[in-house]
Design a protein around this ligand. Structure first.
Ligand code: UD1
Ligand code: CA
Length: 455
């Protein structure tokens, strides 16, 4: 089959966003709209992805991973037909060409596959949608036999044409060969003085091409974003679909309208997710995990039966089976917790490994540390891992007991079953089974005359 090339139009300014950020870089589900569209082109296995940019071109290029992209500059935005024409030199004659829009981010791969599935040299695939309120869109004009004959833009439409509710989504597919003959022939003698891509429909009709129309499963799939209200509507539609997918896969959501997934979340059965939980990046949550309200979980894996209590922030962590986290815990990158561990309230961990059954229950910072099994870290313990220049390791063996308010000045190693008295500042290694106490000795002075207020 002839190679598929995708042309993405993303040169417009998007002035109604009222933003310094180019419109196509505004995120939906944490990812720039344009990147959603590029991902769909990749899903389709496109041989070439040609992105037409203009407004904010440097910014768009700077934040878009582009190994497989061809950037096409449209210096002046003279219309959608003109935009596609800028990509023509890069399109092989035998290509099938799919036109997508950088500000229409949520079209599904299935819908696009249906559209291009109908394509051959004598067929143009057109994606349309029927809307209760077609205001602003190009209208699909059909003859008495129902054949599509033209698209008429709102501003050029007659009163009768304005009543048509089937509208152009903008998305279409046709062979490069046809585009190369039609686009140079476009004129801009219309209400907007633009070169309309939509005029190729009438050209195709004249040349007896078949116009094969398909429609998306949901109008939101082809909803473009012109302002922040539409951006928020698309975001909510996307999130609602994610919520429904999760419930279908066996997760209970306290409120499907109060969960946000900005990335890829995989869940096992009987996962319970309370309100206002945000997932970012790649997150795996195994069977039976319970996640309390207000948690933020990013690029992490949580094993079976773990419980994440309210308002915990988890980033780059691996949490073992039946572990108990939070409330108000912060697990940072490189945290590895074995099964049955506990990290409690106001505890921060970073590059910390905890062996099975170990606990840090309250008010601690544990960073650059390796803890064996069944270690108990008392409240207010700090690993002093940083001298202002370099980071150092703390190692606590199996069964170590760290008394409350201990400072562990790294590098330091505490061997198994050692005990540290509360309030100690530990600067030297401790051998197995030893008790270390490093604090000022208490003196009790009897009959102390309390100071009196001056006259
Ligand atoms: C276009 C269609 C209309 C359709 C609607 C769907 C035309 C003439 N009209 O209208 O039939 O119903 O989309 O939303 O095609 N762009 C460029 N360069 C340009 C002009 C536009 O890259 O010179 C990009 C814009 O950034 C935008 C997209 O193309 O992403 C659509 O352009 P826009 O001006 O919004 O077209 P509409 O008037 O909405
Ligand atoms: Ca538009």
């Amino acid at each position: 089959m002839s190679p598929l090339h995708v042309v993405i139009l993303a040169a417009g300014q998007g002035s109604r966003m009222k933003s310094a950020l180019p419109k196509v870089l505004h995120p939906v589900a944490g990812k720039p709209m344009l990147h959603h569209v590029i991902d769909r082109a990749r899903d389709l296995g496109a041989a070439g992805i040609h992105t037409v940019i203009g407004h904010g071109a440097d910014h768009v290029k700077a934040i878009t991973p582009a190994d497989d992209l061809n950037w096409v500059l449209q210096a002046q935005q003279l219309g959608t037909g003109h935009a596609v024409a800028q990509a023509l030199p890069a399109l092989p004659d035998d290509a099938r060409v799919l036109v997508l829009y950088g500000d229409v981010p949520l079209t599904t791969t299935a819908t696009l596959e249906r559209l291009i599935g109908q394509l051959d040299d004598s067929t143009l695939g057109l994606l349309t949608v029927t809307l209760d309120n077609p205001e602003g869109y190009g209208r699909i004009v059909r003859d008495d036999a129902g054949k599509v004959t033209a698209i008429v833009e709102q501003k050029d439409a007659s009163a009768a044409q304005k009543n048509i509710t089937e509208v152009n989504t903008g998305i279409l597919a046709v062979s490069a060969m046809h585009l190369k003959s039609w686009l140079p022939a476009l004129s801009n003698s219309n209400a907007q003085r633009e070169y309309y891509l939509t005029d190729i429909i009438a050209m195709a009709g004249k040349e007896e091409l078949t116009i094969a129309v398909s429609q998306p499963s949901d109008p939101f799939e082809v909803q473009g974003v012109n302002n922040r209200i539409q951006l928020a509507q698309l975001e909510r539609w996307y999130q609602r679909r994610q919520a429904e997918r999760l419930m279908t896969e066996g997760a209970t959501l306290a409120d499907p309208d109060r969960i946000d997934v900005r990335g890829n979340l995989r869940v096992g059965q009987d996962v319970m997710i309370d309100v206002n939980v945000v997932f970012e990046g790649e997150v795996d949550v195994a069977e039976g995990v319970v996640i309390g309200p207000g948690c933020v979980i990013r690029n992490s894996r949580i094993a079976t039966g773990a419980v994440i209590h309210a308002h915990s922030v988890i980033d780059g962590a691996e949490i073992g089976a039946s572990a108990q986290i939070g409330p108000f815990a912060r697990l940072r990158a490189g945290t590895r917790l074995a099964a049955n561990t506990k990290v409690g309230n106001f505890v921060e961990t970073k590059k910390a490994t905890l062996g099975e059954g170990s606990k840090i229950n309250h008010l601690s910072y544990v960073g650059d540390a390796t803890l064996g099994a069944n270690v108990n870290v008392g409240a207010g313990t700090i690993t002093c891992n940083y001298d202002g220049v370099n980071k150092f390791q703390t190692v606590l063996g199996d069964g170590v007991f760290v008394g409350s308010n201990t400072a562990l000045v790294a590098p330091v190693t505490v061997a198994e079953n050692a005990t540290i008295g509360a309030g100690s500042t530990i600067t030297q290694d401790i051998k197995a089974g030893e008790l270390a106490i490093a604090r000022g000795r208490q003196r009790n002075i009897p009959d102390w005359p309390k100071p009196k207020k001056k006259a």
